[in-house]
Design a protein around this ligand. Structure first.
Ligand SMILES: Cc1ncc(COP(=O)(O)O)c(C=O)c1O
Length: 400
């Protein structure tokens, strides 16, 4: 694996403007965008808004579609299996398109959904809503980096009415990484749908969706791909799209008839793209993913991962040096974790941590993520961060 050179790290730091205005240790919420990517977004926006207006939209739309095809290659799937949405939350909402009633259960009640105990708050909101309206019955299983342990929990909670499993590829609370392929293999043996949330995974390490074998996978462009806000990714395994009901109909999702004749069966766009509304969308934001991928790739294959892995190992080691003060709650091994590390501070509650993180942002422009549910702080180790920045944090923490 190629490691980023010192010169590249310097180049990276110089190219990320926000780094010089704040202490940013929270790429898990928003990755910082490098100047060439910002420039691409501005150039495309100007092209549309300053020079060509609506007449320029189709060219930028075309660029957004080639960016999508490039992302499909990056993720190891077919272009027709990938749709752009506005963010990962919008992609998560594909759950509303599932024809839950059609799946049938032995007791004519709602279907059982196995959902992990570490899901993103909005995922809990979404499936909570599906439960409130009587579509699903939620059963929790324990998300774990230890596949054997996770399988035991899945087996214990599996019922004859289970039709879908919801799990994060990388858990947003602790950064633990699951063996997504093993989970999807298990789902296939049980004949149930795998629905994987990769919002914290894409960009952190190589992902090949065909090899993973998942049915539904969601992510975004603004975290570990360091793109602009407004890019969501939705993967639907080829063929599965016909079992889902699109909730939005408009340009892009369906074949357009200039005569306004819509008879017979609806003529949906190919594959996952029946879920991608083109209309007058901010195509420049999607097209900017070309620049984001150019930037990501110009360091060399595997270089960003190698850098983030090394930095994360250093930060974890530093936390472990202070056992009377900190308790690391993230697995140590890179293969079982990611460039996120969460830790508790002995004797400090989640509420105190939340207050501390809010105060650091307003008073010191330090962006750190609290995980109050776990009485923890979550650190992100992005390629542009340096060990010195975390030293500043340890000093700040003396005040808590
Ligand atoms: C695991 C996970 N899923 C989903 C999301 C939602 O992402 P978005 O902001 O793109 O909607 C997040 C955001 O932090 C996340 O961590």
């Amino acid at each position: 694996m190629k490691y980023m050179t010192e010169k590249q790290i310097e180049e990276a730091r110089a190219a990320v403007p926000a780094l010089h205005k704040m202490l940013h240790l929270n790429t898990g919420t928003k990755g910082l965008t490098a100047q060439p990517v910002i420039d691409a977004l501005v150039r495309l926006t100007k092209q549309l808004e300053e020079t060509e207006g609506y007449a320029g939209l189709s060219a930028v739309q075309a660029e957004s579609l080639t960016a999508r095809a490039r992302l499909a290659t990056f993720l190891g799937c077919d272009d027709s299996e990938l749709a752009f949405t506005g963010n990962a939350t919008e992609s998560l909402n594909i759950a509303l398109s599932v024809r839950w009633d059609a799946w049938g259960t032995s007791n004519n009640g709602p279907v059982d959904v196995l959902i992990s105990d570490h899901e993103y708050p909005t995922t809990n909101m979404l499936f909570g809503y599906l439960s409130q309206i009587g579509k699903v019955n939620l059963i929790r299983f324990s998300l774990s980096e230890d596949m054997q342990k996770m399988l035991e929990s899945l087996e214990q909670n599996f019922t004859s009415n289970t039709r879908l499993v919801v799990a994060s590829h990388v858990d947003c609370n602790t950064g633990l990484r699951i063996d997504a392929k093993a989970l999807c293999d298990w789902c296939r043996t049980k004949n149930i749908i795998s629905y994987i949330d990769g919002a914290q995974a894409v960009g952190q390490f190589p992902i090949n969706l065909h090899e993973m074998g998942c049915d539904l996978y969601i992510s975004n462009g603004h975290k570990w791909l360091f793109g602009p806000n407004g890019v969501g990714l939705l993967y639907i395994k080829s063929g599965l799209e016909t079992s889902l009901t699109p909730l939005c109909v408009g340009t892009g999702t369906m074949h357009f008839d200039p005569n306004g004749v819509y008879e017979g069966d609806p003529k949906w766009a190919h594959g996952a793209q029946r879920f991608e509304l083109l209309a007058t969308r901010p195509a420049q934001v999607f097209a900017t993913m070309h620049a984001a991928l150019d930037w990501y790739e110009h360091f060399g294959e595997g270089a960003i991962e190698a850098r983030q892995r090394e930095l994360t190992a250093q930060i974890k080691a530093r936390l472990l040096e202070m056992p009377d003060r900190f308790r690391l709650i993230t697995p140590l091994a890179w293969e079982e974790a990611s460039a996120l590390a969460s830790f508790q501070i002995i004797g400090v509650s989640g509420a105190q941590i939340l207050d501390f993180c809010s105060a650091q942002l307003t008073q010191k422009r330090a962006f750190i993520r609290a995980v109050p549910e776990f009485d923890a702080i979550r650190l992100s180790m992005a390629y542009y961060n340096t060990p010195e920045e975390y030293e500043i944090l340890w000093e700040m923490l003396e005040g808590i």
